[in-house]
Design a protein. Sequence first.
Lengths: 185, 237, 532
Amino acid sequence: MSVKHGLLGLLAQKPQNGYELKNSFDKIAGGFWDVNYGQIYSTIDRLVKDGLVISSVEGKESVERRVYQITEKGVKEFKDWLDKPSAKIRPLRDEVFVKLAFMYPFDKDAILQLLAEQRQLYLAKMAELTRQKYLLSRNGISRDNLMTDLLLDAALFHAEADIKWIEHCEAKLREFEGEPPVSDG
Amino acid sequence: MVNKVEMKDVSKIYKRGKSEFRALNGISLSIKEGEFLSVMGPSGSGKSTLLHLIGALDKPTSGNILIDSIALSSLSDDDLSQIRREKVGFIFQQFNLLPTLTARENVLLPLKIANRVSSEAYRYADEIIETVGLKEFNNHLPEEMSGGQMQRVGIARALVIRPSIILADEPTGNLDSKTGEEILNLLKGCQEQYKQTIVMVTHDAKAAAYGDRIIRLKDGQIEEEMEVTNALPISNI
Amino acid sequence: MLSLFRTFNLRYLIKHKLRTTTIIFGVALGVIMVVSTMLVNQSILRSYRSLVDKAAGKTDLQVMSNTDSGLPASMANEVASVKGVKAAIPVVHRDGFVFIEDKQSGVLLVYGIDPNKDKVARDYEFIAGRQVKTGEDDAVVITKTWARENNLKIGDRIGFAGVEGIKRFKIVGLLANKGPGQINAGLFAVIDINAARVLFNRIGKVDQVDVVLEDEEKPKVVQSRIDTRLDGRAEVEIPATRGLEVQKTLEGMAFFLNLAAMLAVFVGAFIIFNNLEMSVEERRFGISVLRALGLGRKKIFSLVVLEAILLGFVGSAFGIIMGSLLAKAMSQALAGFVVTELRMRATDLGLTPQILLIGVLLGPVVSAAASVGPASRMLKVSPIEALKPFETAWRPKSSAWKLTISTLVFLIGVGLLTVGLFIPKFLDIISKDTRQLANYLMLAILISFLGSVLLMPHLLSTLLSILIRCGRLCSFTLRMVFDNMRRVPGRTAATITGMMIAIAMMIAVTCHAGRLVKKLSMLREKSFAPDW
């Protein structure tokens, strides 16, 4: 859903073609979110179909040269979306959980090994992100990089949550299977 | 380059009546100069005890600890006090400032204790106070300061004697996440600017992530270890 | 170090004014009592001694009137004829209102003497001038002390109020400050006996006959001979004995004041101890932080003791001033009583360097001693406490040998007291000197109290343990109270023992004061110079 609104927002700033749209999107998402041309074009087509965007054909040759423009209806849709808070919690589409669902209850040791390795990987990733964050803050937070800072924070908080959940899983799995708890208060 | 801290097969055993409790169980660890080490682990894993021993607050039951090549096991209580006041900077979770002293006086306290009263020492202290962003709170009492400000005092106080090693015990435990971030950035900055060796105990992954090396304790031993420069786990003990 | 003291100790003291004041009060309490007692004892006893010893001089017996009208002059000759009497010296004496340049200047004890005979009884030593001569009816000898006080010299005139108005006398001699020159603390004058008789309307009379015995005669023997001879017309006394009685009474009073002072110091020490304990315990956390930061144990110890010493000096200063004032008040009260009864003047309440030194040092020494307990307890504060700021369910371990020593000290003290009070034979073995006996008793009392102080915490702990075990009988609040007391048995015991001593003191004072007053009143009747 955010791809749709992201594109609307970009077009609300100024009309752009597909190539420009991809670049702008990448800049905003800050390297976190890979969107490819396929997603962009399929989304744009839907937007055109819904009457939120119109395409003006400049040249007869390539699709990429088509310039898209936002309609009044599109502007309204975008503004409504901007002002309304999200009602749903993030969907849990964690790969780890899926793996877990398949492995349990067959191979407990393998599960614990997986969880430990995943946890370490998350931590390593967090360390990397923290380093970036530190360098950013050392050079000073300005209007330009504030969003990047917040984005890094988002990633870190989510990674922290994942790590906490994994630690929690480890503790519960151990206890449930009859092993004494890892720690005592 | 000699390691700042060397621990060989260190154990700490507490006797409770007839039973004994092994807080640390044969731990070996080396800490390089200028390194930022994060120590994680659940309650009871021994991470606080580890900090106590490195900080010369207590002596190991067995094994060797060397700080700057000085062996702690053979030292008397007075000698340990000397080590603390000359070589160790401690940052506490509860800040632990003396309530009747202003911010500046709290920062200068270790100098008074170690009897370093030269003008050079005071100049360095003022520089630290500025770096840490405390100058406008110099004359405030702890009761007039926020948690973040108090922890800045704590950091400045730890730095002021140019210690061989800085030990931080859950430094952001009592702070909200934004203030905690500021404090951790500050600590990291001190590592860079003043080449301080830092050991931080925490159960907060976001704080631990500031370290160059992250170890995880379980039942008094090192369970996992990770070097952040490679961003890959080293071993899984 | 000093700056540490300033921030850690001084600021705390200034912030907690009530606690600080209480400690200073505890110090001052002891110092006030000790200083004032020393001053009063010094002045009163000195005055008295000077009066008794000096007035009697070498006299062995004194024949005195049992009425106000004096004795016939012929009695002196009668007495002289009794076997064993070497000399019988007549004396007329009165309190004379003295006038210097027509201004009333107090009262002097005036002796009218026979200059030839009197030197057998008293050794007059002159610093200037000479003794009055027989028949010289306007010559007077005064003491150098009094002369100096009033800027008088040989040749000046003073007046005495007599039955015919003020009679003027010329000063012919100044007595040195020893022997008779110290009679009545210097408020003493000598004139010819006949001049005295005229002045005070004692013609044909004497007020007393001083008797000097032949060598080898016993005073008691001759006393009964004179008694027989006089057949009740006069009283015959041995001045030494009478003096001794009063002296004993006064010394009893002095002993008692000393005891009160010592107990005041004790109670003061408790107040200091209690409050120091609390103030140090309140700073326990700060101390643990200082330890974590590397401050050595010895330094912590000295910081606490130094604070106590500082408060001790402040308390001493206050105590010396208040003590002097109290001494003046006590002396006025006592002197008012004693002077009318016994003719004494409270001499200057000078703070001798000795008393001053004791006063100055007493405060800090007692404070320092009281601070050793709390300071040592702080030595045990572990730096790790700084990392775990919660209270432990710590209970002091009672050690068997502490209990043994406490019980021993207590039993020794009580034993010495019991033996001293109830087995007179034992006392004789110790010594015959009353002053030494007094000291012995005081020591026994001190040891007893010390023993109770040491023993009390143990008794308390036992009592509390028993009480707590009857847990179901106690309400929850009460159980918490008992548990609290059990955590700091030293402090609780100190409070209890302090109260015990205070109550003991009050009872003793009340009983003894009554008896003292009665005894001194009895002696008033035997005083050696009736009033106008």
